[in-house]
Design a protein around this ligand. Structure first.
Ligand SMILES: [Zn+2]
Ligand SMILES: [Zn+2]
Length: 153
């Protein structure tokens, strides 16, 4: 993976003015590049990458939040030594698998809640239908009784 450098003079380590807008420290050239740059190792990652392919540093809010949740109890020195390990890609993969599992779990819970809500609504509808049907029958019976009583007199 390439480190970012100025496309005009090829100077390394340009400054970022705002998200996606860059400025060369040497020649003042400005250019747009929305690809995320790893804050830890400076690697330019492809758009949509959530974890740095080089060192496993989270690049998006989502993965940052996720990593904070899962790695809260991991001491900083361990994280840093792990980051330097050779199988960082495996670690990054592990991270995305874990995130996928977390997202799947969220989906599953949501679907379950929706299914339960659906069943509840069905039961409610059925109760309402039964109640109105019972009321209707009672009214018909009363009507018939009234007609019978009226004609009997
Ligand atoms: Zn330049
Ligand atoms: Zn990195």
């Amino acid at each position: 993976m390439a480190q970012r450098s100025c496309p005009a003079c090829n100077a390394p380590d340009p400054g970022v003015l705002e998200a996606g807008l860059w400025e060369c420290r040497y020649c003042g050239n400005r250019w747009n590049d929305p690809r995320p740059v790893c804050p830890s190792c400076g690697t330019v990652n492809e758009l949509g990458t959530e974890v740095c392919v080089e060192c496993g540093e989270p690049l998006t809010m989502l993965s940052r939040v996720f990593q904070r949740h899962t790695k809260q109890d991991t001491p900083l020195w361990l994280r840093q030594s792990r980051r330097r390990a050779t199988d960082v890609k495996a670690l990054a993969e592990e991270g995305s698998v874990g995130r996928m599992a977390a997202l799947n779990e969220i989906d599953r819970v949501r679907e379950q809640a929706q299914a339960e809500e659906h069943i509840k609504r069905k039961v409610r509808d059925r109760r309402l239908l039964t109640a109105s049907l019972a009321l209707f029958i009672v009214l018909v019976c009363l009507g018939v009784a009234a007609v019978i009583i009226a004609s009997a007199k």
